[in-house]
Design a protein around this ligand. Structure first.
Ligand code: FAD
Length: 405
């Protein structure tokens, strides 16, 4: 077995780990820093973020867009120094130019995720930080001088150890570093998928596969609206998808008995919708119901709404009663879908759950139980909404820990 010493070893070369290594390298006076990555390359996930554009931060991100027990306190403290502005300023200093859209989502000006990864790797290389990829960590031992990381062919002794292994949500389907964390005996919250499509009961969606609508969506549980969002809803064979749905998925994946209410004309009251339907029924008095929504909704959406109201698409418009009209008008802004919690991480962008925040010092990300051991990024029980919040947290926590190594 080969043996060597480093000042800091960072396990996981994702967004958080790379940023942490860079900050540590910027601060250290030439001390040896190594990134230990399981995959054959660092930053693979970064390349698929934001559909290949990498939505790296969100202007004005604050605690209200993050979840996880105690996340509010942690984010409030972290963003005082490592706000989106501070993260972006650091990237600008490294040479990355960014741009933001009307919603506040920040992207590299090149619109290429690879620009973010390349700039980090270039600067890491300039500081002499080593990237060791394809590494299989067998064991970690606490020793007097810090930690020993035992891989298949070497023992690395390090003063500081950073765990930046991410969560379970991983499109490449790799195993997470959950086992490594388990060995430290830290309290964790059960991981569940978040920012995923939400599965719904029944087969009513089959005819809507591929259809997109702009809508307001509300997650309802026990008669209460838990969260409401506006945006584009995408229908798949058995699920609702789209950014607004992703933002409801955290709760929907954790609780049975939820419903999603879709409002297709949220800017209109039920009375206004009734008036519009009455006008359309008159226009189509010699036609059938399935023609009623032509020019307003996708044809298959119209038919699905009619069925959801308990009516037949082949029914003649002139035979619609007042009561039926009211039911149809109601469905348009209160189209209900019973949700099914999902447990797989395949289509999830983020893991909710992870190492409990109370295990770490909020100002440094060092664990309270193990001196010199830091945990950052998605491995922690912090997950953000869709829109650059998760990378903002990964980079900010990486910067913070890197500054304190
Ligand atoms: C398809 C997709 C799109 C996304 N788009 C966005 C977006 O546009 N904006 C946004 O804010 N968020 C986005 N996210 C979420 C974001 O990518 C993550 O929250 C973020 O990457 C977390 O950073 P991290 O460094 O903590 O973990 P990761 O980026 O997951 O990095 C962890 C690294 O650790 C390595 N690793 C794991 N176990 C071990 C081990 N045992 N030994 C060594 N190495 C190990 C992994 O291989 C990986 O390289 C997206 C996620 C996905 C899946």
């Amino acid at each position: 077995m080969k043996r060597r010493n480093t000042y800091a070893a960072i396990i996981g070369g994702g967004a958080a780990g790379l940023m942490c290594a860079l900050r540590a390298a910027e601060n250290s006076l030439g001390q040896k820093i190594i990134i230990l990555e399981k995959a054959d390359r660092v930053g693979k996930k970064l390349l698929v973020t934001g559909n290949g554009r990498c939505n790296l931060s969100h202007i004005g991100a604050s605690a209200k867009s993050y979840h996880g027990e105690g996340s509010e306190d942690l984010i409030n403290i972290l963003f005082k120094k490592y706000s989106p502005d501070a993260v972006l300023e650091h990237f600008h200093r490294l040479g990355l130019m960014t741009t933001d859209d009307s919603e506040g989502r920040v992207y590299p000006r090149s619109n290429l995720a690879t620009s973010v990864l390349d700039i980090l790797r270039m600067r890491l290389s300039a500081y002499g930080v080593e990237e060791a990829c394809g590494v299989d960590i067998r064991e970690i031992r606490k020793v007097r001088s810090g930690y020993e990381v035992i891989t298949e062919d070497e023992i690395i002794t390090t003063e500081k150890l950073v765990v930046a292994v991410g969560g379970k949500a991983d499109y490449a389907g790799r195993e997470s570093g959950a086992q490594l964390i388990k060995d430290f005996g830290l309290a964790t919250t059960k991981p569940t998928p978040s920012l995923s499509p939400v599965k719904v009961e029944g087969d009513s969606l089959r005819s809507l596969k591929g259809v997109r609508v702009s809508a307001q969506v509300s997650l309802i549980h026990g008669g209460e609206i838990i969260k409401a969002e506006r945006g584009e809803v995408q229908f798949t064979e058995n699920a609702l998808s789209g950014i607004c749905i992703f933002n409801l998925s955290r709760y929907a994946n954790r609780h049975n008995g939820c419903e999603i209410a879709v409002a297709l004309l949220p800017e209109m009251s039920v009375d206004e919708i009734e008036d519009e339907l009455t006008r359309r029924l008159k226009l189509n008095r010699n036609g059938v119901l399935s023609d009623l929504f032509v020019g307003l909704f996708h044809k298959n959406i119209g038919i699905a709404l009619i069925k959801a109201a308990g009516l037949k698409p082949s029914k003649n418009c002139k035979d619609i009663s007042n009561k039926e009209l009211k039911v149809l008008a109601d469905v348009i802004n209160n189209w209900r879908f019973k949700t099914i919690p999902r447990h797989d991480f395949k289509n999830a962008q983020v893991t909710a759950g992870g190492v409990n925040i109370r295990e770490i010092n909020h100002h440094t990300f060092e664990t309270k139980r193990h001196k010199g051991l830091y945990i950052i990024g998605e491995a922690l029980d912090v997950d953000g909404d869709c829109g650059g919040y998760n990378l903002q947290f990964a980079f900010a926590s990486g910067m913070c820990a890197g500054d304190h190594l």
